[in-house]
Ligand binder design. Structure first.
Ligand code: GAR
Length: 201
């Protein structure tokens, strides 16, 4: 059997995208395995999803560094050392809500992929779906979307685009309806984008 690609997943939240990746690894859609999941939030359900599968689930809080008067670049360098231990082929940001500095990124050129629940150049940062929903109500945008991109530098939710897909918004949508449509799209597009990058390896 050919060796599988090694993915390290960084996630701050629920981890539904991590779950989509785990399922795609299990059913052979991705020729890969998740070798570690790291979170900056203790209660991130993503950690539980990893533990349920016996995958190393590591909690790395920024607060400990902050209290000790350490810089975010120190946190990021330590994070890079930790990630490197798992010898990843790709590092997947699946709802990782901390900006990574070059102290981390310089060690992993063209290896870090991020998912963002909006189209390229729109609604960077948090609450992108809610902000798109509000913008639609004001008549400012006709639709929203999702994108997967490489993370070359400290730009927020920007970088060379790997995949993008439009997600429609309908006039009688509630925010919850739009959120679930965006998440469903993400789960598919993210797996496809990871597969595409692995094919090119
Ligand atoms: C996803 O919607 C992802 O696009 C978003 O966090 C969510 C994580 O969901 N990321 C960002 O907003 C990055 N700016 P999940 O924990 O269920 O996978």
């Amino acid at each position: 059997m050919t060796e599988k690609y090694r993915l390290v997943v960084l996630a701050s939240g629920n981890g539904t995208n991590l779950q989509a990746i785990l399922d795609a690894c299990d059913n052979g859609t991705l020729p890969a395995e998740v070798v570690a999941v790291i979170s900056d939030r203790k209660n991130a359900y993503a950690l539980q999803r990893a533990m349920d599968r016996g995958i190393p689930a590591l909690y790395r809080p920024w607060g400990v560094y902050q209290k000790a008067g350490k810089l975010r670049t120190t946190y990021d360098l330590d994070l890079a050392v930790l990630v490197n231990l798992y010898e990843p082929d790709l590092i997947i940001l699946a709802g990782w809500m901390r900006l990574l500095t070059m102290s981390f990124l310089e060690h992993f050129p063209e290896m870090v992929l991020n998912l963002h629940p909006a189209l390229p150049g729109t609604f960077p940062g948090t609450d992108a779906i809610a902000r798109a929903f509000d913008a639609f109500q004001r008549g400012e945008i006709p639709h929203t979307g999702v994108m997967v991109h490489f993370v070359p530098d400290e730009g927020v939710d920007e970088g060379p685009v790997i995949a993008t897909e439009i997600v429609p918004i309908y006039p009688d949508d509630t925010l919850e309806m739009l959120e679930s449509r965006v998440h469903e799209t993400e789960h598919r597009v993210f797996v496809e984008a990871i597969g595409k990058v692995l094919e090119d390896e």
